[in-house]
Design a protein around this ligand. Structure first.
Ligand code: DOR
Length: 441
């Protein structure tokens, strides 16, 4: 499907300087052609009346688990990308813990091919580090970077020993993204708390200390080898404080909406649906993470969309799997916070798009300015609607935020100049493109 030419009229447009302009945006050949107070429609151009709506750069979600290939009973690239389109997510970066694991160029190529066939939004895929695939980690293309599970993983993707981590940090210069939890401490505490089936114990087993120790180790290695490091889903006050004290310029960090907005009290209401890795923390951790985000200590937001079926989640802890979905709710969750005064709409767009594009070196995305890709979302910052299970498009069919009254729901989502979602309807003919990554070491 080739991009149509579109004119979005009289939206509140978020400009690159963080200010809003009530005006028009013209999209031609998949790019933003013009931004101005008024633009006369060109011949044959489709006009979208956006009066009362706010136009933001499309969300780039930099950490998702979309389960294809191999775990399609939980999610697949089609269902996940439909959920993205509905949630205003126009690009995603996906993780390597699929079956087979994405640890070779061939596995990466397979994912890229699958995505080209069925993804409604743009896509990129991490390559997973094992103890054996250093050559692949160096040469794989295109990829936003290397994913290392320092903990909370089993099998070849788990790399928990410094002696195995060091050669990866020492070889090459592309971005390394870490899931930072200390596996040794987790295993020891698992034994200590064995037999407890209350899922709340999860946050005590995989405690703040386990996360802090792994983040300290990742920072140490990043410093030693001056290696570009990204810390995935930062979850504790201790890690935020550490980064506040000493964050090299080549290190970035992200936080999930769950770690900002949910805490250990969620186990009492939603049980194992609140179980994720790293686990939910205390209200104090929520506060410190928010402040770190506001102060720029944490750079951006990722959902860690990690769907499991309700049947899987219904198993008693610890057999219940960790993870929760997020791409359909992340933007309205954060925009609702903005409406409540916790941050600004411009900050939300920066954390969910502009800063992500910058950190991963994704060219021409994350800003509404001429020449940039026409990946956009029009949101309604007035109407409030609850998160309803019946309306979710993720294959897993549930959300930890069900019942939450949110504003800022996407009304229209545009990918590469094509309307992929509009007022409840998906355009299933739209296909996203592979993302490219231009990283400066
Ligand atoms: O809770 C989680 N679930 N955290 C992860 O890092 C992995 C994910 C999954 O794939 O289910």
């Amino acid at each position: 499907m080739s991009p149509t030419n579109l004119l979005i009229r009289q939206a509140q447009i978020l400009l690159p300087n963080g200010e809003f302009l009530q005006g028009d945006v013209q999209l031609q050949e998949g790019r933003i052609a013009q931004v101005a107070a008024t633009i006369a429609p060109a011949e044959g151009e489709r006009v979208i009346d956006a009066e009362g709506l706010t136009l933001l750069p499309g969300v780039i979600d930099p950490q998702v688990h979309f389960r294809e290939p191999g775990l399609e009973h939980k999610e697949d690239l089609f269902t996940a990308s439909c959920a993205c389109a509905k949630g205003g997510v126009t690009s995603f970066l996906e993780m390597p813990n699929t079956r087979p694991l994405t640890t070779t160029q061939a596995a990466l190529d397979d994912k890229l091919h699958r995505a080209s066939q069925k993804c409604l939004v743009n896509y990129g895929f991490f390559i997973g580090a094992t103890r054996e695939n250093l050559p692949d980690l160096r040469t794989a293309q295109p990829t936003p970077g290397i994913k290392i599970f320092m903990g909370s993983m089993h099998g070849p993707l788990l790399i928990d020993q410094e002696a195995d981590l060091a050669p990866i940090f020492a070889t090459g210069d592309r971005l390394i993204a870490v899931h930072a939890e200390n596996q040794g401490r987790i295993e020891q505490r698992r034994q200590q708390f064995a037999g407890i089936t209350d899922p709340a114990i999860h946050s005590q087993i995989q405690d703040n200390q386990a996360a802090l120790e792994a983040t300290q180790l990742a920072l140490k290695l990043s410093r030693k080898y001056r290696r570009r490091l990204h810390i995935l889903h930062l979850s504790t006050a201790e890690e935020a404080d550490l980064l506040r004290q000493e964050k090299p310029t080549w290190v970035t960090a992200e936080v999930t909406p769950q770690h900002l907005l949910l805490n250990t009290s969620a186990y009492a209401t939603i049980g194992t649906l609140a179980q994720m890795n790293p686990p939910l923390r205390s209200p104090h951790d929520n506060e410190v993470l928010w402040q770190a985000l506001l102060d720029g200590v944490i750079d951006f937001i990722a959902t860690d969309h990690a769907p499991h079926t309700l049947e899987e989640k219904a198993q008693p802890y610890p057999n219940s799997p960790s993870g929760m979905p997020g791409v359909e709710t992340s933007l309205p969750l954060l925009l609702t916070q903005a409406k409540q005064g916790r941050c600004t709409v411009a900050q939300v767009a920066n954390w969910m798009s502009t800063a992500v594009a910058r950190a991963y070196g994704i060219p021409n995305k994350g800003l509404i300015t001429p020449g940039y890709d026409a990946d956009l979302v029009l949101v309604d910052l007035v109407t409030k609607r609850p998160v309803l299970r019946s309306q979710l498009l993720t294959k897993c069919g549930w959300s930890p935020f069900e019942g939450w009254q949110l504003t800022g729901w996407p009304v229209v989502t545009i990918v590469g100049g094509q309307v992929v979602y509009e007022r409840g309807q998906l355009n299933l003919d739209v296909r996203g493109k592979p993302l490219s990554f231009v990283q400066t070491p």
